[in-house]
Design a protein around this ligand. Structure first.
Ligand code: ADP
Ligand code: MG
Length: 374
């Protein structure tokens, strides 16, 4: 095989505009790819050896091809190693994988999908596997679910791989159908402000697993394949209330069912060009995550309140929860005031100083032309 000297891809992080924890309930999500991303280069290496290098990590990680098995690779290298494993090749050649990312790690902007999608794309090109973008989504997701052991619901990899500049990506997480929905903030004089709370992601993994279990149990009690299938919310909640875990199941299910409705409402508004009017749905999503799904923390609640007080049309935590980032839809000329309000609110509570930036929908993962490309 006439292997190239190297292949490089850039894959973005993502922000989810709305639709939180709905992905593993076969529901709807509405993410956008952002300007921050991970660059991955894959090149041939010594036979039988895999080497992983990250500009964000001090030490390179090396292993032999037979050690490419779940649970035998730990730490950050499990992500790129998981991608090579998920390709499912009989005889993998020796490879070197080098990555460099400007997506903040663990901030809820999906540095992990940026990493796995960029490596998947670069490996696909170098090894001339001919996988489609959708197949690369599957590979990247399998790496996180089956190798790293992170039970993510699939939104992140779809957004990173298939996101489009200028649009949010309306994803049906049951069929995996996606439709870009124009989200032209500039034309409306609007900005999407992202504020990283810097709150430590404590308990996130255990709580995420607990939410998944509750949702599965609620669907089971209701006799539906997934909470996506609930059509009569009041009837469903009355039935769940009878369960021994009723109080909790009612809240969890109410979040998922109402959140799916909010996603489709937002899509309808964007389709109609009524961008400003999505604000209340964003804010309602936050209240639902705070009160019913119970995945917010004071650090993000405070930011949402401050941004709304500063005149945001809507604000909500984005991402899996227990820290991470808040987004706010604001008039462009109020970005600075909103940012100051968020920073001041965090300071007044003694929280870490948040970091704010403005984003807009960027292109999804793509090959980079390097000296050896083509
Ligand atoms: P998020 O995807 O929201 O950033 P995750 O916990 O899912 O948070 O993924 C973060 C992890 O992904 C990091 O702890 C690290 O193991 C890995 N990671 C992401 N990007 C890089 C990178 N550029 N170099 C090394 N590890 C990375
Ligand atoms: Mg992640």
């Amino acid at each position: 095989m006439g292997m190239r000297e190297s292949a490089s891809w850039l894959a973005p992080g993502r922000v989810n505009l709305i639709g939180e924890h709905t992905d593993y309930n076969d529901g709807f999500v509405l993410p956008l790819a952002i300007e921050f991303g991970c660059r991955a280069t894959v090149s041939p290496g010594p036979a039988g050896r895999l080497r992983f290098v990250s500009a964000q990590e001090n030490d390179a990680v090396e292993l032999r091809v037979p050690a490419l098995q779940p649970e035998r690779v730990t730490g950050w290298a499990a992500y790129p190693a998981g991608v090579l494993w998920a390709l499912g090749l009989e005889d993998l050649p020796g490879l070197t994988v080098t990555v460099d990312s400007d997506v903040p790690l663990g901030a809820g902007l999906s540095s992990s999908a940026a990493l796995t999608c960029s490596v998947a794309g670069a490996a696909n090109d170098l090894l001339e596997l001919g996988l489609s973008p959708r197949e690369l989504v599957t590979v990247a997701r399998k790496a996180e679910n089956g190798f790293v052991g992170a039970p993510t619901g699939g939104m992140d990899q779809l957004a990173s791989m298939l996101g489009e500049a200028g649009s949010v990506l309306f994803c049906d997480m049951r069929s995996l159908d996606v439709r870009p929905v124009p989200f032209d903030l500039d034309a409306e004089g609007l900005a999407l402000l992202v504020v990283d709370s810097k709150a430590p992601h404590q308990h996130a993994d255990g709580e995420y697993a607990a939410r998944r279990r509750s949702c599965e149990r609620a669907a089971h009690v209701l006799g539906v394949p997934a909470l996506r299938d609930v059509t009569d919310l009041d009837g469903a909640l009355a039935k769940l209330a009878q369960d021994s875990e009723g109080e909790e199941l009612v809240k969890r299910a109410r979040h998922i069912v109402t959140e799916n409705a909010r996603v489709t409402d937002v899509v309808a508004l964007l389709d109609a060009g009524r961008v400003r009017e999505i604000g209340p749905a964003l804010t309602a999503s936050h209240a639902s995550m705070r009160d019913d799904f119970e995945i917010t923390v004071p650090e993000v609640d405070v930011l949402v309140e401050a941004l709304l007080s500063a005149g945001a049309y809507g604000a909500r935590m984005t991402g899996g929860g227990f820290g991470g980032c808040v987004i706010a839809l604001v008039d462009k000329d109020t970005v600075d005031a909103a940012t100051r309000a968020a920073v001041a609110a965090a300071a007044s509570r003694g929280f870490a100083e948040p970091r704010a930036f403005v984003t807009s929908p960027a292109a999804g993962a793509h090959a980079l032309d390097g000296p050896d490309a083509g």
